[in-house]
Design a protein around this ligand. Structure first.
Ligand SMILES: Nc1ncnc2c1ncn2[C@@H]1O[C@H](COP(=O)(O)OP(=O)(O)OP(=O)(O)O)[C@@H](O)[C@H]1O
Length: 317
C-alpha cells in the first residue's frame, strides 16, 4: 500500500488496557478491564449495554478512563495528540452530513487532521474502500453500506495504524456486509490493529481471529473464536423434549452422566445436559432403541444473554 506520511511497517499498534474502569455518575459502564489488542483483526463481542462503545471511545482517546490506564505502544492515549494521529474511529451513530459529497466529507477529515496533502490522502482513502466511483454523489443518496464505507474512509484518511469500528455491520444487507467484512480483513492483513464491536458471534467469527468478550462492563473471555465457541457449547444446556412416551425416555436417560437432572413437566421433559456432545448423540439412539418418537427437542436457554452470563459467571469463579 502506498502511504502519504506514516508507513505502516514501522509501527506496532499494540493497545493495552490496564485495570480500566469508566463510570457515568452511578453507572459503571466498564469495570476493571485488562486486555491487550495487537495487529490483525479482533472482535469485541458483547450484548447491548455491555460497555463496548465506552471501551472503544477510551481507546480512541475520546473519553478518559475513570481509573486505570489505556495505552498505545506503551504511551497513554488520553490527551496525547501524537496518538490521535495513529488511531481512527468509525462511530456507531451516523455522524455524516448528508448534503456533503463523499469526497467533501473525506477531504474535510483530511484537513481536520492537518495533513500536508489532503486531496491525495482523501483520494487514497476513497480508493481503499472502493468508493472512488461514487465520490461526487451526496452522502444522502448513498446506501447504508456506502455510507459506512465513506465513514471508514474518513477514519482512515490519516492512515492510522489502529482502526476502531463500533458495530460496523449493523443494519447492512448481506451483500454490503460481505463487502465490508472483506475490507476489514484486508486491513488486518496489511498489519493494522483493527478492533470492531458486535453483539453477534457469527459476525465476529467470520472476520476476527481473536475475540474479546465483554459482559456488563466486565471482561468475560478472551481467545481464539473456536475456543470461545467451544466454551459456549460446553456449558450446561437446558433442553425441553416432547415425545410419544416421556416417562420411558426419562427412565432411560436418568442414569447417564450426560445430564445431571431430568424432570417430567406438563410441557414435556426438562433435561439439564452437562455434556452437550454426549447428550445429543445419546438422545436419538435411546429413543430409537425404545421405539419412542421424538416430537420436539429444543434448547430453552440459547439466547445470547444466557450464553454471555454463563461466560461471565464462569470467568469470575
Ligand atoms: N453518556 C452516558 N451517560 C450515562 N450512561 C451512559 C453513557 N454512555 C453509556 N452509558 C451507559 O453505560 C453502559 C455501557 O454503554 P455502552 O454504550 O458503552 O455499551 P455498548 O456495549 O456499546 O452497548 P450498545 O451496543 O447498546 O451501544 C450502559 O448501561 C449505558 O446506558
Amino acid at each position: 500500500m502506498t502511504t502519504t506520511s506514516f508507513p505502516v511497517t514501522t509501527r506496532q499498534g499494540v493497545l493495552e488496557l490496564a485495570q480500566v474502569s469508566r463510570w457515568y455518575g452511578n453507572v459503571v459502564a466498564v469495570n476493571d478491564v485488562t486486555m491487550t489488542i495487537g495487529p490483525g483483526v479482533t472482535g469485541l463481542l458483547g450484548p447491548n449495554g455491555a460497555g463496548k462503545s465506552t471501551l472503544l471511545h477510551m481507546m480512541a482517546g475520546f473519553l478518559s478512563p475513570s481509573s486505570g490506564t489505556a495505552t498505545l505502544d506503551g504511551r497513554p492515549i488520553w490527551h496525547n495528540h501524537d496518538i490521535y494521529r495513529r488511531v481512527g474511529l468509525v462511530p456507531e451513530k451516523e455522524a455524516v452530513y448528508g448534503f456533503l459529497t463523499g469526497w467533501q466529507f473525506v477531504l474535510s477529515a483530511a484537513r481536520l487532521h492537518g495533513l500536508p496533502a489532503p486531496a491525495e490522502a482523501a483520494t487514497r482513502a476513497l480508493d481503499l474502500v472502493e468508493m472512488s466511483g461514487a465520490r461526487d454523489r451526496r452522502i444522502e443518496t448513498y446506501s447504508k453500506g456506502m455510507r459506512q464505507r465513506v465513514k471508514v474512509a474518513a477514519a482512515l484518511v490519516h492512515d492510522p495504524q489502529v482502526l476502531l469500528l463500533d458495530e460496523p455491520f449493523n443494519g447492512m444487507d448481506p451483500r454490503q456486509r460481505l463487502h465490508l467484512m472483506d475490507l476489514v480483513r484486508r486491513m488486518g492483513e496489511e498489519g493494522r490493529t483493527i478492533l470492531f464491536s458486535s453483539h453477534i458471534l457469527e459476525e465476529v467469527e467470520r472476520v476476527a481471529q481473536h475475540i474479546e468478550v465483554l459482559v456488563a462492563g466486565r471482561h468475560a473471555a478472551s481467545g481464539d473464536y473456536r475456543e470461545i465457541r467451544r466454551r459456549m457449547t460446553d456449558r450446561p444446556h437446558l433442553f425441553r423434549v416432547r415425545s410419544s412416551d416421556d416417562r420411558r425416555l426419562a427412565a432411560a436417560l436418568i442414569g447417564d452422566p450426560s445430564s445431571n437432572a431430568v424432570s417430567l413437566t406438563e410441557q414435556g421433559l426438562e433435561i439439564q445436559a452437562v455434556d452437550f456432545g454426549r447428550f445429543t448423540a445419546l438422545l436419538p439412539r435411546v429413543a430409537r432403541d425404545l421405539g419412542v418418537h421424538l416430537w420436539q427437542v429444543s434448547p430453552t436457554d440459547e439466547d445470547l444473554e444466557s450464553v454471555f452470563s454463563y461466560l461471565i459467571n464462569r470467568s469470575s469463579r
